[in-house]
Design a protein around this ligand. Sequence first.
Ligand code: GDP
Ligand code: FE
Ligand code: FE
Length: 205
Amino acid sequence: MTKTELAYTGIYTDWTREAILAEVEKQMKPSRFQHVLRVEACSIQLAEKYGAAVEACSLAALLHDFSKEHDPESMKAIVLSEGMDSEMTGYGSEIMHGPVGAYYAKTLFGITDEAILGAIRQHTIGGETMTLIGKVLFIADYIESGRAFKGVDEARRLAADSLDEAAYFKIEKTIIHLVKKELPIYTGTIYVYNSWIQRKVGKSE
Ligand code: GDP
Ligand code: FE
Ligand code: FE
């Protein structure tokens, strides 16, 4: 399926694809908008390969970084008024932009599909449980064709065989990366790591 064949207007949202693209583009610098388009292209490929709903994956990808460049103070206000975890506000936009992006997907774009909203909400840290759509976005954000960090080739190889293996790889490498850079780790990030590693090694102690 090519991008121009995608039809979600009237299914997931009343917005047309053109209007969505224009609104997303306004929220961010051109380089990030290009990242969003690459995440969408990668999401479509993964969705086709793994049998996920292509249109839902496309839409989640287009909206995933909607709030990334929003003013942290405005995001903080949404986190607090919506009763989201206030610890998120201690990490600039890094942790908040997923949940706040999901808030805009719902309130601005009228999306009610919980798999799409959850995918956007979880795209930075992952989740203890993730839907297929959530895993597609989580991995596509990590391996889209513009990503060039050490380990991305390994992540791409894993994603060719298993979304779960690729997700675990991202979760583990993100923790290692944060520790190496001496960055504080959000409690939710550790929680997700624990749940994935316990499942991977098959033990829970
Ligand atoms: P992007 O929005 O396309 O840049 O991708 P992400 O949403 O995955 O990235 C957000 C950033 O948050 C990345 O640089 C991650 O390394 C970072 N990040 C993820 N988890 C944590 C965390 O627990 N603590 C901190 N300080 N940063 C995190
Ligand atoms: Fe993001
Ligand atoms: Fe992203």
